[in-house]
Write a protein that binds this ligand. Structure first.
Ligand SMILES: O=c1ccn([C@@H]2O[C@H](COP(=O)(O)OP(=O)(O)O[C@H]3O[C@H](CO)[C@@H](O)[C@H](O)[C@H]3O)[C@@H](O)[C@H]2O)c(=O)[nH]1
Ligand SMILES: [Mn+2]
Length: 559
C-alpha cells in the first residue's frame, strides 16, 4: 500500500465493517424506537395526575435509552482493524530502535502473590527486543521484602529463562503460563526443557515457602544487602524510598547463560509518609516515570498491572510500527491494547471478559478518533507523560529521540533515584496536574488519557490475533461490584470534571469522538432511567395503570 513516493507504511488500517444484514437490523430497531416515541406522545393520558406523570417519566427514560442506543451504534457502525508490518520495521529501524521502559505495578503481597508478580516481570524481560534497550521496573507500593526476594530470584532465573525463550521461541513467556500449557509428555527427552522446568519449579517452591512464612529467613537476607533497607521500614504507609538496580543493563558482566546481554531490572518502593497523600497507582506511576528517566530514560513507556503477563513477545515491535511510521507516527501519543482476561469462566457470570467493549466498541472508537487509556497494556511516548503537549512544529521522531546517556555507577544512581521517588519531590510542582498521571481521580488513567488527547496527541487501539496480555478478572460478585462501582463513578467524575468533555474536551476533540467516549462517561447515569423503568411500571401495575402499549395500540402505525 505504498504511496506515490514508494513509501511503505509500517501499519495499515482496514474497515472491518458490519455486515449489511446487521445494519438493516439496527435500522429496524431505529424505526421501532421512533414508533415508541410517537406512541408516548400520542397516547399521553389526559386523566389522572399519577398516570400522567408516570407516563411522562417513561417517556424521558425511553428518550435516555434511545440516546444511549444511538451513541452505542455510532460507535459500532463502522469498526476498523489494524495490521502491522514488523518485517518493515526491522528492515528500516533495527539499529535505531528506541529504548523501552516497562512499568509493572504491585501494591499488596497478599492479594498479588510475589510468584505471580515475577511471572509478569519475567514475561516482560523476555520480549523479542534488544535487551540493552529494554528496562523493566517494578513499583511495589506494598513495600514487601517477600516481593523483593522474589525479584531477586527472578533476576537469577532470567539468566536461563531469556535464552531459553529465544532459542525455542517460547510463547507465552510467563514461565508459569508456559509450563502450565505445555504437556510434560511432549518433552520427556528434552534435557534443556526439563532443566528449565526444574529450575522454575525449585524457584517457585522457594518463593512460596518464604511467602507462607511471611518473612525472609536470615540466610536469604545475607544474600543481598538490599534487605537491610527493611530495617528502616515502620509500616507500608511510613517508610523511606527503596531503589535497587537488580540487573544493570549497562554492566558488561550482566550476562545471561549464553553470554548475551540482559535487560535492566529495577525494584522500586517509593517513599510513603502518613501526612503525604500517596495518590495510589498514579503516584506510583509518576515516581516510576522520574526514576526511570534517571536510569534508562527510554522514549517509550509501557505499563501493566502486576497480574497481567505478556502473552505475545512481539507486542513492543507491534506498538513501534505505529510510533515509528514516518507518515502518521509523529502525532501518536499512545497505543492501547485490550485488557484480556485469562480466568473468566465458560459462562462468564459477571461479564468480566468485556468482550463487547474490546471486540465491538474499541474498534469503533478507534475509527472515530482513538481509544482512551485504560491503565494497563498501553505504550506511551515518554514526552506525552512528561510534557503532554503536542505541537506540529516540533514533531517527535522516535528514532532520533536518542536515549540520554546514563552516567554513574549503579549505587550512585540508586541514591539519586531515592530523592526522585521521595514524598517531598512533588511539592510545589506540576506533577499530578500538568505532568505525569493526574491525581484526584478515581480513574487516573482515563482522565490522563483524555487530557493527553485534548492536548493534540492521537491514540490507536491494537488487538493482535495472538492476545498481547492476559490478566486476572475479579472472581467474586463483591469484587466485581466494587470494581464496576469504581469505574462507573470514575467515568462520571471525568464527565463532570473541569478537565472533562464539557470544559476542555469540546474545544479540542471532534464531537463524534466525544460522543463515543460518552458510552462510558454515562455508564453510571444509566442507573436512574433503568431504576425508573424497573420500579415504576411494576408499582403502576398494582394500581391498575398500564404504561405499555397493547397490541391493538399499534394501529396508530398505520394511520
Ligand atoms: O496504591 C496503589 C493501588 C494500586 N496499585 C496497582 O494498580 C493496579 C490496578 O489496581 P487494582 O486494584 O488491581 O484495580 P483494577 O480495578 O483491577 O484495575 C483496573 O482499573 C484501574 C483503574 O481504576 C486501572 O488503573 C487498571 O489498570 C485496571 O486494570 C494493580 O497492579 C495495583 O497493584 C498501585 O500500584 N498502588
Ligand atoms: Mn486488578
Amino acid at each position: 500500500m505504498g504511496n506515490t513516493n514508494g513509501y511503505l507504511p509500517l501499519f495499515e488500517t482496514k474497515s472491518s465493517g458490519r455486515p449489511f444484514l446487521i445494519k438493516l437490523y439496527v435500522l429496524t430497531i431505529f424505526v421501532a424506537i421512533c414508533m415508541i416515541w410517537v406512541y408516548r406522545v400520542r397516547y399521553l393520558p389526559v386523566e389522572g395526575v399519577l398516570e400522567r406523570w408516570a407516563w411522562i417519566g417513561m417517556f424521558f427514560a425511553e428518550l435516555w435509552f434511545s440516546i444511549y442506543w444511538f451513541i452505542t451504534h455510532l460507535v459500532r457502525w463502522n469498526p476498523i482493524c489494524r495490521y502491522t508490518f514488523k518485517d518493515r520495521l526491522s528492515q528500516r529501524f533495527e539499529k535505531d530502535l528506541p529504548g523501552v521502559d516497562i512499568f509493572v505495578c504491585t501494591a499488596d503481597a497478599e492479594m498479588e502473590p510475589p510468584i505471580m508478580v515475577i511471572n509478569t516481570v519475567l514475561s516482560m524481560m523476555a520480549y523479542d527486543y534488544p535487551p540493552e534497550k529494554l528496562s523493566v521496573f517494578l513499583s511495589d507500593d506494598g513495600v514487601s521484602e517477600l516481593t523483593f526476594y522474589a525479584m531477586l530470584e527472578a533476576s537469577r532465573f532470567s539468566k536461563y529463562w531469556l535464552p531459553f525463550c529465544k532459542q525455542f521461541n517460547v510463547e507465552p513467556r510467563s514461565p508459569e503460563a508456559y509450563f502450565h500449557n505445555e504437556p510434560l509428555d511432549d518433552h520427556v527427552n528434552d534435557k534443556e526443557w526439563l532443566f528449565i522446568k526444574k529450575l522454575y519449579g525449585d524457584m517457585k517452591n522457594r518463593i512460596e515457602v518464604t511467602s507462607k512464612q511471611g518473612q525472609v529467613s536470615e540466610d536469604i537476607r545475607k544474600e543481598h544487602k538490599g534487605f537491610s533497607e527493611w530495617d528502616f521500614v515502620s509500616s507500608r504507609h511510613d517508610h523511606q524510598t527503596i531503589v535497587q538496580i537488580l540487573i544493570d543493563g549497562r554492566d558488561p558482566l550482566a550476562m545471561d547463560s549464553e553470554a548475551q546481554r540482559l535487560p535492566t531490572l529495577v525494584y522500586l518502593s517509593r517513599e510513603k509518609r502518613p501526612h503525604y497523600p500517596h495518590n495510589f497507582k498514579a503516584g506510583a506511576m509518576n515516581a516510576l516515570i522520574r526514576v526511570s528517566s534517571r536510569i534508562s530514560n527510554g522514549p517509550i513507556i509501557m505499563n501493566v498491572d502486576c497480574d497481567m503477563y505478556s502473552n505475545n513477545s512481539n507486542s513492543i515491535r507491534d506498538a513501534l510500527c505505529f510510533f515509528m511510521d514516518e507518515e502518521k507516527g509523529h502525532e501518536l501519543g499512545y497505543v492501547q491494547y485490550p485488557q484480556s482476561m485469562k480466568n473468566v469462566t465458560k459462562n462468564d457470570l459477571y461479564g468480566n471478559s468485556m468482550k463487547v467493549i474490546f471486540k465491538m466498541e474499541f474498534p469503533g472508537i478507534d475509527a472515530n478518533g482513538g481509544p482512551m487509556y485504560i491503565g494497563t497494556g498501553c505504550f506511551h511516548r515518554r514526552v506525552n507523560l512528561c510534557e503532554r503537549k503536542h505541537c506540529n512544529e516540533h514533531e517527535v521522531d522516535s528514532k532520533r529521540e536518542s536515549d540520554m546517556k546514563i552516567e554513574g555507577n549503579a549505587r550512585d544512581v540508586e541514591e539519586e533515584c531515592k530523592a526522585l521517588a521521595s514524598c517531598a519531590y512533588e511539592e510545589n510542582t506540576q506533577w499530578g496536574k500538568e505532568v505525569g498521571l493526574m491525581y484526584g481521580y478515581l480513574l487516573e488513567d482515563g482522565m490522563t488519557g483524555f487530557s493527553i488527547r485534548c492536548r493534540g496527541w492521537r491514540s490507536v487501539y491494537f488487538n493482535p490475533e495472538r492476545k498481547a496480555f492476559l490478566g486476572l478478572a475479579p472472581t467474586t460478585l463483591l469484587q466485581t461490584l466494587v470494581q464496576q462501582e469504581r469505574w462507573s463513578k470514575g467515568e462520571l467524575h471525568i464527565l463532570l470534571s473541569r478537565r472533562g468533555p464539557f470544559f476542555d474536551g469540546y474545544k479540542s476533540l471532534p464531537l463524534r469522538l466525544l460522543l463515543s467516549y460518552c458510552i462510558y462517561f454515562l455508564w453510571a447515569a444509566n442507573c436512574f432511567p433503568t431504576l425508573y423503568y424497573v420500579v415504576v411500571p411494576s408499582l403502576c401495575m398494582l394500581r391498575g395503570i398500564s404504561l405499555f402499549p397493547k397490541v391493538r395500540d399499534f394501529q396508530f402505525c398505520y394511520l
